[in-house]
Design a protein around this ligand. Structure first.
Ligand SMILES: Nc1nc2c(ncn2[C@@H]2O[C@H](COP(=O)(O)OP(=O)(O)OP(=O)(O)O)[C@@H](O)[C@H]2O)c(=O)[nH]1
Ligand SMILES: [Mg+2]
Length: 323
């Protein structure tokens, strides 16, 4: 996987390039769709809501088009500073995009969270498309009233019905996106898949396992940071990461009896990282209790979130400088 370099100009003749934000309520399948369109696992996916915490770029090449897909955190009513930063990151992604896809879980339907996002997109006059996802879970007749109720809230240019996990309808969406982005040079090298640096990828893969292997408030009380990354002469890499938890009880659950849980989290994350980085990985996890980490600007910056209380946020073009 290549990552982390600054945008560069690519070939110009006939080429197209633009940003497409994938937005919506938590758990709609945004990261699943971005991974599928980019053709690689870039953004973590779990069955729990609020998995994605910051914007991740997935780069799709299709014909002459480079489509810069922006996976965003789900939009929900924020309580903590972390939540506010997540939601702000999502809206920044939308603001800087040429087109926004409102991705909707067709099974969950037009609930209050989805309706609120649709209404805001309309108010802001964003160029938006409606994408109903998880159509494998609903019967086709239910999709028409859902489309009607959402298109009454915002002037969507187009509507697509897909299954991001199974792939149905995704090709048609990819073709339409390739046509929709504006003429212009490619902003990233054509062999690049993402802007996600490997250190951040490692932290995300550990967090994915925490989301998969712990429950209730534990995953939400946790953040992961890569502290050290050492390339070894034998081609392997040693990664040291810290898992911060908000409360002592969460630390006990995360570690588990005799360290069983944290060992299982580390083993699964190491396996996944070995696959993604295509080399041997030695992963060392250190669990630290730190009350109020979710209100700390430094913890948010570590996962490239802006402090929502400070003014301004970086444009997408400046991502490389902020991480
Ligand atoms: N059945 C079905 N499940 C899907 C589909 N797309 C995604 N999922 C599942 O939905 C869950 C959430 O997927 P994510 O891609 O993490 O959703 P998200 O919108 O990125 O979620 P947040 O980052 O929490 O906002 C996962 O369990 C996915 O496997 C689909 O088309 N069909
Ligand atoms: Mg996500």
């Amino acid at each position: 996987m290549t990552s982390g370099s600054s945008p560069v100009a690519g070939p110009v003749a006939g080429s197209r390039c633009g940003f497409v934000a994938v937005a919506g309520a938590p758990n709609a399948g945004k990261s699943t769709l971005v991974n599928r369109l980019a053709g690689a696992k870039l953004s973590i996916v779990t069955p729990k809501a609020q998995t994605t915490r910051f914007r991740i770029l997935g780069i799709m090449l299709r014909g002459e088009s480079q489509v810069l897909l922006v996976d965003t955190p789900g939009i929900f009513t924020p309580r903590r500073r972390l939540d506010r930063a997540m939601v702000a990151a999502a809206w920044t992604g939308v603001r800087d995009a040429d087109v926004t896809l409102l991705l909707v879980d067709a099974k969950a339907g037009a609930n209050a969270a989805v309706r609120a996002v649709a209404t805001t997109l309309a108010t802001q006059g964003r160029r938006s498309w409606l994408v109903l996802n998880k159509i494998d879970l609903v019967s086709p007749p239910g999709l028409l009233p859902l489309t009607a109720s959402l298109t009454s809230l915002a002037p969507f240019e187009q509507t697509f019905m897909i299954s991001a996990s199974a792939g149905d309808g995704v090709d048609a969406l990819a073709d339409a996106l390739a046509q929709a982005v504006p003429d212009g040079p490619h902003l990233y090298p054509d062999d690049e898949l993402t802007d996600l640096p490997d250190r951040l990828l490692a932290a995300e893969i550990v967090r994915e396992q925490i989301f998969l292997q712990t429950h209730e408030e534990v995953p939400y009380g946790t953040t992961v940071e890569t502290d050290d990354w050492q390339e070894r002469k034998d081609g392997s890499v040693r990664i040291d990461a810290t898992v911060y938890v908000a409360r002592p009880g969460q630390k006990a659950i995360l570690i588990g009896e005799g360290g069983k849980r944290i060992k299982a989290i580390g083993a699964a994350a190491r396996e996944e990282l070995t696959r993604l980085l295509e080399r041997k990985v030695h992963l060392f996890l250190n669990v630290k209790q730190r009350a109020g980490w979710d209100e700390e600007a430094a913890r948010l910056r570590a996962i490239r979130l802006e402090d929502p209380s400070s003014s301004g946020s970086p444009s997408l073009a400046r991502w490389g400088e902020t991480c």
